[in-house]
Design a protein around this ligand. Structure first.
Ligand SMILES: [Zn+2]
Length: 149
């Protein structure tokens, strides 16, 4: 049994359990219209939820409800689980090197510790040069100026 998120044209969304990935999705439970699978939401029933990522962790005082012990404990538990999962599946951890710069030329690709600085800067700074002008426009303008006189 595979669980899929399905959605009809009207946007009603629900979960449907299908025997195989080749089965048609059932009609909408709300309106009876045809449905389709919501992409990238395939989950095998019983698969462990990886939980929130590090980026989703609260990083403000407000985010942890002003230090509410219950909230802090909850997040600590989730992050401990996440840490164990990342030890087992390092690809889940992503790039964990410290970000050194993320503004200006590094807005799209943050500079991380260990990155070759020169090439990063060059890549972020220099754009392909505009095709060289042949100077024809320049001389035409000069001609016109002379004609106006
Ligand atoms: Zn519907």
């Amino acid at each position: 049994m595979i669980l899929y998120d399905v959605k009809c044209a009207d946007g009603h969304r629900f979960e449907a359990a299908l025997q195989s990935m080749f089965d048609d999705t059932p009609p909408c439970r709300e309106c009876g219209a045809a449905t389709g699978r919501v992409p990238a939401a395939v989950r095998l029933s019983g698969t462990a939820d990886p939980g929130p990522s590090r980026e989703q962790m609260p990083n403000t005082w407000h985010g942890i409800r002003r230090g509410d012990p219950e909230t802090v404990r909850g997040w600590h538990g989730l992050m401990s689980k996440r840490e164990k999962l990342e030890e087992k599946y390092p690809e889940l951890a992503g790039d964990r090197r410290p970000v050194l710069a993320h503004e200006g030329v590094f807005a799209n690709a943050p500079l991380r510790a260990g990155d070759p600085l020169a090439s990063q800067v060059a890549e972020a700074t220099f754009k392909p040069a505009a095709p060289p002008r042949n100077g024809a426009g320049q001389s035409k303008q000069t001609d016109r100026k002379e004609a106006d006189k």
